[in-house]
Design a protein around this ligand. Sequence first.
Ligand code: ATP
Length: 685
Amino acid sequence: MCASPPPAHAQDPLEAERAHLAASRAALRAMRKHTESLDIRDVTANWVNAEVLASEIAQRIKALADLADTPLFFGRLDYHRRVDADGEHGYRFYIGRRHVHDAKGDPMVIDWRAPVSQPFYQASKKDPKDVELRRRFGYDGGELTAYEDEHLSDPDEEETVSALLQREIEKPRVGPMRDIVATIQPEQDEIVRGALSETVCVQGGPGTGKTAVGLHRVAFLLYAHRERLARSGTLVIGPNRSFLRYIEQVLPTLGELEVKQATVDELVAHVEVRGEDDATAATLKGDARMARVLRRAVRAGVTLPKEPVMVVRGSRRWRVPVHELTEMVEELLARDIRYAAAGEALPQRIAHAVLVRMEQAGEAPDDRVQNAVARNAAVKAAVKAIWPPVNPAKLVLRLLSEPAFLAEQAEGILTAEEQRAILWAKPPRSVRSAAWSRADAVLIDEAHDLVSRTGSLGHVVLDEAQDLSPMQYRAVGRRCSTGSATVLGDIAQGTTPWATGSWAEALRHLGKEAAHVEELTQGFRVPREVIAYASRLLPAIAPQLREATSIREAPGSFAVDRVEPAELTPATLAACRAALENPGSTGLIAADARIPALRAALAAAGLPHVEPGEETDSTTRLTLVPASLAKGLEYDHVVLDEPQAVVDGEPDRRTGLRRLYVALTRAVSGLTITHAAPLPAELQR
Ligand SMILES: Nc1ncnc2c1ncn2[C@@H]1O[C@H](COP(=O)(O)OP(=O)(O)OP(=O)(O)O)[C@@H](O)[C@H]1O
């Protein structure tokens, strides 16, 4: 970083940049050494503080690791004028994954999230944002091998597509998801740097970078609001564990080690899920009307008092009459406070009424007396009868077991037929023995929240959101009720019968109606020909959506092989072998029902494979992917076995075609389809 304009020296620019890289590396090592040598004995008064500080330091040491194959900086900005922002000043800034400073404290590399770095992503010929030169760096392993310049204010220089960006996008994919920090695009950057207070919903076709954007947004928010989010917490929600394993490296590479990950099922794991609903029951249980039924049910046990409360203290008896108790209960019912909080308020109200009477009788009771009266056995007994405690799981068990109870709570909300659809055919004996379904667990979570408020996090990223039921949105919404969310999804990839119809509706259930919906349209994954082929399904699965474009220049390979039924499995295996000739990962995607047969065939043929979410290595680059787990994942080459079987694996045709759309859009460099049954009509054009 220079404090004065860069001198026009004759040195080979690449050499100069390599020198800066070497100096930055040395500075990073020095920073790490310094942190490692910190002696905390003098600054911590007790062992708790010492523990906290020690763990913070350990985190910092980890964050300061110089990762050999992740370049320390990937870009450079030369401003026209000296920039003074956020403690950074100078004309020239190197942009990287984290701050590096020299011994004097002057910055060598600026964090990509700092305000001075933003023009690296946003500046253009049209709006240069004071930037004279934008330089992108190319690396081979850890070695700086190339650079590419754009003189943003030079009217004679033509605007071109960056070859380095193109190279980055075209790289064969291997292993888990990587960060995209060097090549975030302007439309993505807008979302990444959105204000913490704002909830944003991103609709985008397959491979438009929704997941990548969501993860970088968390990294950005943690940078901009570190203390606040450290207190309140951040969470990334994904559809299943294999997906979460696929993305789990991205934030740590960006230096963020503290972000939690979970599936929606894990968030609501109050009971063990062993049962499964049919589509009708699951859809009804996921319907937002269930929240109203539960609200009523939670309060169903509240009984208006029939007798006065009599408190005996010493030689005196104090009586709170029925009408006064009734007023208290009615007031608590009318107020929007949680059931348990209201149940705790009631004894205090009764005690207060007793205190008023004591005062009227000339006594001078204080707070301690009020608390003692609230704990008095007569008051406790009355409260238990009026406002009995509610066990959320037991309540849901009763609701799904007792037709009369359900009828009472669901009257005017669910029809008789709908009630029958969600009732258990054979009611379980206890919470433990019940075969709870995933949707039931969400109902229990709602009941929990009606009883006592669920704590809110600072920010939640909800990926593959198109699949959530309204009740699941509510479960996520209460976990960010005082924070914000990034909602990511693609309506065309919605494969659950209970999926919410539109983003506006989804955001309402999430409790974030004011959120705006952004659209990402540039596809970074799927080759042009393949996305065009998959898009033939759009009129049938999401007619309102536009086809995603592909910014990949490499045409990729695409083949459809029809074979005799007896030849299907051998043809699929042969396609896998051919795909494995290429560098990068190969995914064999098939209908869930085909997986056992294919697994056996792969074993018999001596083709080793892993399951989704497991790490591939140089000897095992093939993953066998059930269509139901393909969502969100990508492979360099995809072999898709028998598309019609993928469609048939779902309860209805639209869902089947959407599942197929997901499977067709996982490939980065090549897609081979093998089939014996005719292809679904929608694909034949
Ligand atoms: N700006 C970018 N530069 C380089 N690569 C990018 C960029 N944006 C996205 N990608 C890459 O494109 C691929 C698809 O991104 P991602 O998985 O985030 O898309 P998605 O929209 O979530 O897809 P899906 O709808 O299939 O879940 C990933 O390999 C990602 O790293």
